[in-house]
Structures are given as C-alpha cells and as structure tokens.
Design a protein around this ligand. Structure first.
Ligand SMILES: Cc1cc2nc3c(=O)[nH]c(=O)nc-3n(C[C@H](O)[C@H](O)[C@H](O)COP(=O)(O)O)c2cc1C
Ligand code: SF4
Length: 518
C-alpha cells in the first residue's frame, strides 16, 4: 500500500487556529478510508492567514491546502488531495504562493518544511554543514567570516555580531558563556518563537558555532514563560541533539565541548534588555546593570558572555555553510543579509516575510501586507515594537535599513511592523507608550521610573486641553530628559513613539505639533 506523507504545522499560531484538531480529523478519515498515511509535524511557513496550511507530498512535489478546518478534511480526501486534487482550498505549490515566492529565505529556509524534531531531516536539508565548516576553519576564522558577512544583532540594537564575538574571544577566563536572548518582548514579533518551534536545531547549531568561536562550553537560552510551545519543542530538540552527539562533550566528533540549558523568564519586557536578562537568568530580580563592564567582559555569573538574539544566532549556520559573501551580497547600505519582517496589527496578509534589507516601508505594508485587514486606509505604522516610532504614509518611501530609519527618528528593532488604519487615535497610542514604560520600568533610574508616570499625566492634560502650549513644552522637555538621561533604551527610546505621534498626527492632540519634536 502506498504511504502518503502529510505535513501539518505545529507552530503555536497554527495550533491556535486548530492544527491539532485538523490532524485528528485527518487520522480519523484516513482510517475510515483504509489509507496508509504518515503525518509530519512541521513549523509554520509564516503565512498566518492560511493557517492551518496543510501540505501533501505528491509525485509533482508538495501541494498546499489552506486554511483547513476539521470539517474540510473529508471533502479534501474526496477531492483526491493526496494526489494534489482540485479543491477550493488548494493553494498549489507553496513555493509559488506570491508571499513566499518573493522572499529570500536564509534563516527560515527550513521552517515549515522539515520535521522540526528530526535530526536526520535537518541534515538532509543542509543542517550542520555550517558547523562542519566552522570546525574546519577554527575560532579566529569563524569570527572573521561572521564579521565579513556584515551580520548585525537582530534583537534591536544592530550591533555587529563579529565584533561582539571577538571581544568575548579576546577576554581571558576559564569559563565563558553564550546567552541566547529569546525573550522576544516586542509587540507584534514572533520570529524567535517560530525558529525555536519550527527549526530548533538551527539555533542549536548557531549557538554551538558561537561557543567554538569564543571558547565557551556552555550556553543558555532565556525564553519567556509565555512561550510554552517553544520551551517544550526546544527542550526536546536539546535532548535529541545530545543523543545525536551534536551537543555535549566532543560535539560532532570534534575536540570541542558545548551544551545548552533553557532558563525560563517570567515575561517582563525589561528582561529582554541584555543585562536585566543576565540578572534574571542568575535567579535575581531582572534589573538593568550599568555598563561598563560589558557582558562580553563580565556577563553571566561574572564571566565573559556573548548575548545574542535568536535570529542573530540562527543566521550563523547559513553564513558559515554558504560563505560570508553570499550573505553580505544581499541587503542595503550597511544593513547586510536578510531580515525576517513580521507583519502584525491591522494588515491583510499577516505573517513572516524574510527578505534582504532595502524594501521600502510602503512596499512592505501596501504590497506585501496588502494594506489593512479592515479595508480602511493605512494611517500609521509602528516599526520596532513598543519603543518604535509611528510613521505616517508620507514616510512610506523609507528603505528598510537601520540607518535610514534612524535618520527619520525611527528604528527597525526586531523588525515588527504593526499597521493601524484611520480609526486609530494617536494620542491614545502616545499615552499607551508612556503607560507601558511606567508598568515595565525596572525602576533603577529616575527619568524612566518617574518620567513615564509624569508623561501619562501630561498627555492626559494635553488631550483635555489643559494649558496646552505649556504642557506640550513640558512633554517635549520630559521626552528629552528621558531620551538622554535614561540608563537603558526602555526609558531612552519611549520618546520615539510619543514624539512621532505628536509630530505626524498633531490633530489627534487637538492642535499643531510641538516644536523640535522627533
Ligand atoms: C527594554 C529592552 C528590551 C529588549 N528586549 C529584547 C528582546 O526581547 N530580545 C532581544 O534579542 N533583544 C532585546 N533587547 C536588546 C538586548 O539588550 C541586546 O541588545 C540583544 O539581546 C543583543 O543581541 P543581538 O546583538 O544579537 O541583537 C532589548 C533591549 C531593551 C533596552
Ligand atoms: S531606563 Fe527604565 S528600565 Fe532602563 S534602567 Fe532606567 S528605570 Fe530601568
């Protein structure tokens, strides 16, 4: 009897949309029909409006159907979907779906395709070739390769990864650490989660390469407790990697030892900041540390530590496997390689779009995202999470590039793009930014701890029309104090959403923009 392979995503987004129920319906229908099937649980391809997107293996390649509900399963079997039969939910070859076809998938090349917990499948799709090349190069040449690739930290600050690794490599210590920042606190972002759930070995490989490069034998992945599926899948992947000798002593038969431990955080936004993360990882209350010393010199447990975002580390295997040039050749200006843009909010095609830097914001929102889900005009777009600026349509020609966004008082951050239609009240959004900061502040420095609460009060007064001119001036000064006087970027960047809302959408505050804002 022919065995039919059916690919069912088990990513948290697909699960939320019913992929487990669909799997059960497939098993029941196959049993009734006496068909021999093998179900492969994958991550998500990142096209959330089509989830659960189920793929079947046919002689002509994989064919996708979606969004599939349990009640669609019987009709799909009746339509002959195992041979790619016609049905209203048939999407054709996944690679030909325009949203996927237009992407450059380096970091997410396997996500949604492979059995996320099969080391054999990982290898069959190019996995571990980066680690093998890294072992043949040796520590100094690995760092050189990462530096040459132009990779910059994907967690928000965009700091060159190669320089960070070199600093840790040069530090003298008996014990060093690799810490993976999987806190992913930015609103509307999910790339880290998708990798951990959909291609966990890629992150394990990237961390192992980092460990070999800087001389660290131990890694930690700090994951927030709101990511139970990522914690579960990544934990299982660690065990499989150990059993397969990819982790542990003498990784893949080399002279290097490396292992990884998961540490779960309670989910405070500030615990994504690298030094607060280290405090939390060590079991303390997550509070920002003053720098210097840099974590590269004195990080986890006082030892030299590389702290990198999930996507930074998961981008390393492909850089090593294909070479720095192949990565660096894609991109724009000083932003090299690809970025997984995460479309969220009021947008028609919500999902992950990995592409080289340089698309304009307008192309991302109107073209790739398809405009708003509500069908109303786009009014504002917030890029970079809750501390990102609100850009109006007139900024839609801005290329997606660290420097181009900074030049317009914005930031790319972790590449979350949240879309708002013309019903949004921008004064409320500005107030929300200050309120968010007051709730999430670690309390260590005054501009942020006190300033954010005063900021909420002042915005309320402006909106009520109380001594407007005076309070606008006060808000401007408060933003300046927070921007330049805060110890970390939580208090330091909250002026971005506030002043951009004031500058570009003054009508929502009942008047003209405050001078000099944004
Ligand atoms: C308030 C705040 C929250 C942050 N949250 C995250 C986060 O959730 N994930 C992350 O990777 N970086 C976050 N960062 C940035 C980290 O401090 C740090 O720059 C990053 O982990 C370094 O890794 P990278 O160089 O690979 O980007 C945050 C920074 C601040 C100030
Ligand atoms: S800016 Fe806010 S979060 Fe950062 S150290 Fe100061 S009080 Fe803590």
């Amino acid at each position: 009897m022919t065995r039919h392979r059916i690919f069912v995503p088990r990513d948290a987004a697909a699960l939320a949309l019913g992929s487990d129920e669909v799997e059960r319906a497939i098993i029941a229908a196959a049993r009734t029909l006496g068909l021999d099937i093998e179900i492969v649980r994958t991550g998500s391809r990142g096209l959330f409006w089509l989830e659960p997107m189920i793929e079947v293996e046919t002689p002509a390649g994989r064919i996708a159907y979606g969004p599939v509900k349990p009640e669609d399963v019987e009709p799909l079997f009746a339509a002959g979907w195992l041979d790619g039969g016609a049905h209203p939910l048939r999407l054709g070859s996944p690679e030909d779906i325009p949203f996927l076809k237009r992407q450059t998938r380096f970091t997410f090349a396997r996500c949604g395709i492979v059995d996320r917990l099969s080391l054999a499948d990982y290898r069959a799709h190019g996995g571990l070739s980066g680690l093998e090349r890294a072992l043949s190069l040796g520590p100094a040449a690995i760092i050189e390769e990462v530096t040459k690739s132009g990779l910059r930290g994907r967690g928000g600050a965009g700091f060159p990864t190669g320089i960070k690794w070199k600093t840790t490599a040069d530090a003298r210590a008996a014990q060093k650490y690799i810490v993976c920042n999987a806190d992913e606190g930015d609103s509307g972002t999910y790339a880290d989660r998708m990798i951990m759930e959909g291609d966990p070995f890629c992150l394990i490989e990237g961390m192992t390469i980092a460990g070999i490069a800087v001389g660290a034998t131990k890694g930690f992945v700090y994951i927030r407790s709101e990511y139970p599926h990522a914690i579960e899948v990544f934990g299982r992947a660690l065990k499989i990697a150990r059993d397969g000798r990819v982790l542990g002593s003498r990784v893949v038969g080399s002279a290097h030892d490396f292992d990884i431990e998961i540490r779960v955080g309670a989910g405070a936004y500030v615990c994504g900041e690298e030094t607060a993360l280290l405090d939390s990882l060590e079991g303390k209350r997550g509070q920002v540390r003053a720098k210097p010393p840099l974590p590269a010199h004195k990080g986890a447990f006082g030892r030299p530590t590389v702290v990198n975002n999930v996507i930074s580390l998961a981008s390393v295997p492909v850089i090593l496997a294909d070479g720095a040039d192949a990565y660096r050749d894609v991109g724009f200006g000083r932003s090299r390689g690809t970025m997984p843009i995460q479309l969220a909010g009021n947008v028609k095609y919500r999902g992950l779009f990995e592409t080289g830097f340089g698309l304009t914001l307008g192309e991302i929102v109107d073209d790739i995202g398809g405009g708003t889900a509500s069908g109303r005009p786009v009014r504002a777009v917030q890029v970079g999470g809750p501390l990102g600026a609100y850009f109006p349509r007139s900024y839609f020609d801005t290329p997606f590039d660290y420097e181009a966004f900074a030049a317009k008082n914005g930031l790319i951050g972790h590449a979350g793009v949240t879309v708002f239609d013309d019903t949004v009240d921008m004064a409320r959004m500005a107030r929300f930014a200050m309120e968010f900061c007051s709730i999430e502040s670690c309390g260590k420095c005054t501009p942020c701890r006190i300033g954010s609460t005063r900021g909420v009060e002042v915005i309320d007064k402006i909106v009520r029309g109380e001594r407007r001119a005076e309070n606008l001036k006060l808000l401007e000064e408060l933003c300046e104090t927070m921007r330049f006087g805060s110890l970390c970027a939580l208090g330091g960047f909250v002026p971005f959403p506030v002043t951009s809302a004031l500058t570009h959408f003054p009508e929502d505050f009942g008047g003209v923009p405050v001078s000099g804002a944004a």
